[in-house]
Design a binder for this molecule. Structure first.
Ligand code: ZN
Ligand code: ZN
Length: 364
C-alpha cells in the first residue's frame, strides 16, 4: 500500500479483456519483442524487490519436501504405459500424458509431439540454479516413444533446458522436428537440433507424417523471454496449434490471460484437447500479466472452444508462493462456477495416459 502499486484485494479474479477482430501481432522494436495486449504490464526492479520480500515473508507453498509419502499421495507419479500411448497400429486417436510442469506428450492422430521438455531437477542456468523440482519426471528420455516433433513455447528455463534438448537429439537425431517462435532457431541449432522451424504468431508449417498431413501453427500468448542478462525479449513467445486429420491440439505454454485466446478459438477451434497453465500465479500483483490463475485458465478454455483441457504448469517445480495444491482445488471450483462439466478441464496425474479416442471434434 502507499507505493501506488495494486494490492491483492484490488485485483479481480479474472482480468477483464477487450477483444478485437483483426489478428493480433507481436510488436518488435530495437530487436526486442513486446506484447500487444492491454492486459500486459512489464515488471521492473521495484516490483522485483517487493517480490523478494513476498517470497521471504509470505511463502505459504507448504511443499512437504521431506515427506515423499505425502507427495506420493497428493501428487502421485505414474510410470506411463508407453505402449498404450503409442498404439501404432491404430491410427487417428488422441492420447496425452502429462510429463510434469509444461511438458505434455501427445499423440494427435498419428503424430507424436512433445511440448516444452524439461527433465532436470533444477531449472536455471547450467541446471544448477533456479526453481527446484519436487516431483520427478514419470519416465526417462530413453523410455519415450518415437517422437515426430517438439514444440517450444519460449526460452525460460522451466520450458527449455539445454541438457534435455541434447539428450533428445542424441536419442532421436535428425528425425526430430523442432518448432520454435521467432528468434529461437539459432539457439536450437547451436544445441544440435537439425530440423528447426521458426514461426511467428499465426504462421503455419505443414508436416507430412505417417500418411497424413498435419498443420503446426504458432499462435499468441502473453508472456516474455529471457535466458541471460542481455537477451530479454530478443526471442518471441508463442502458444501452438497441432491440427491433424481428425483431432486438433492446443498448447498454451506459459501465459497471462489476454484476448489472443478468443482469436485462436475463432481461427482454429474447437479443439479436441488443450493444455492450459493453472499454476505459478501468486503473488497476483506480480504474476498476473505473465501467468494466468485457475479462473483465467477456465476463461481461456472457453475462449479457445476446447472440448477437453488438461492443466499444466503446476505441481512440479516450486516457482511461486501459492499453496502447492491450491491450483487443483481452485481449478475445480472455477470449472463448477463457470457451469462446465467437471471433466471439461481437469488436472491429471503425472504420467497418467489420457485416452481421448472416442472424443472427436465432430461430437461437439
Ligand atoms: Zn515463462
Ligand atoms: Zn513457466
Amino acid at each position: 500500500m502507499g507505493s501506488g502499486s495494486s494490492t491483492e484485494a484490488e485485483i479481480p479474479n479474472v482480468t477483464p479483456i477487450v477483444d478485437q477482430e483483426e489478428l493480433v501481432r507481436p510488436i518488435k522494436e530495437n530487436g526486442r519483442y513486446r506484447n500487444p495486449f492491454p492486459t500486459y504490464e512489464d515488471r521492473g526492479f521495484t516490483h522485483l524487490m517487493r517480490l523478494m520480500k513476498d517470497f521471504a515473508l509470505n511463502n505459504i507453498s507448504g511443499i512437504p519436501w521431506n515427506n515423499k509419502e505425502e507427495l506420493d499421495k497428493t501428487l502421485p507419479v505414474l510410470k506411463p504405459d508407453i505402449e498404450t500411448l503409442a498404439a501404432g497400429e491404430k491410427s487417428n486417436n488422441l492420447r496425452a500424458v502429462w510429463m510434469g510442469h509444461a511438458c505434455v506428450l501427445v499423440k494427435v492422430d498419428d503424430l507424436v509431439v512433445l511440448t516444452d521438455p524439461v527433465w532436470g531437477y533444477k531449472c536455471g542456468p547450467l541446471g544448477k540454479m533456479g526453481a527446484k523440482r519436487y516431483r520427478p519426471p514419470p519416465c526417462s528420455i530413453d523410455e519415450l516413444p518415437e517422437l515426430d516433433a517438439v514444440v517450444i513455447s519460449h526460452n525460460h528455463y522451466d520450458h527449455l533446458e539445454y541438457s534435455t534438448v541434447v539428450k533428445l537429439n542424441k536419442r532421436f537425431g535428425k528425425n526430430l522436428h523442432w518448432f520454435v517462435a521467432e528468434g529461437q532457431a539459432k539457439w536450437m541449432r547451436d544445441a544440435g537440433c537439425e530440423m528447426v522451424t521458426e514461426l511467428t504468431w499465426w504462421e503455419e508449417a505443414s508436416l507430412e507424417k505417417h500418411g497424413h498431413k498435419y498443420t503446426i501453427a504458432a499462435t499468441p500468448s502473453q508472456h516474455w523471454c529471457q535466458r541471460t542478462a542481455t537477451d530479454r525479449d530478443k526471442a518471441l513467445w508463442a502458444s501452438w496449434v497441432v491440427q491433424g486429420p481428425r483431432h486438433n491440439f492446443y498448447f498454451a505454454g506459459d501465459t497471462g490471460y489476454c484476448f489472443g485466446f478468443r482469436q485462436i478459438g475463432r481461427k482454429y477451434g474447437p479443439f479436441s484437447l488443450a493444455a492450459i497453465p493453472i499454476g505459478a500465479y501468486h503473488p497476483r500483483w506480480f504474476m498476473r500479466p505473465q501467468h494466468c490463475n485457475p479462473e483465467e485458465a477456465v476463461e481461456m478454455h472457453v475462449d479457445l472452444r476446447a472440448r477437453r483441457s488438461l492443466a499444466i504448469h503446476w505441481g512440479t517445480y516450486v516457482m511461486t508462493v501459492e499453496p502447492y495444491m491450491e491450483p487443483k482445488t481452485k481449478l475445480a471450483d472455477a470449472v463448477a462456477a463457470r457451469g462446465l462439466h467437471e471433466a471439461a478441464f481437469t488436472t491429471v496425474r503425472h504420467g497418467e495416459v489420457l485416452d481421448l479416442d472416442s472424443e472427436t471434434v465432430e461430437d461437439r
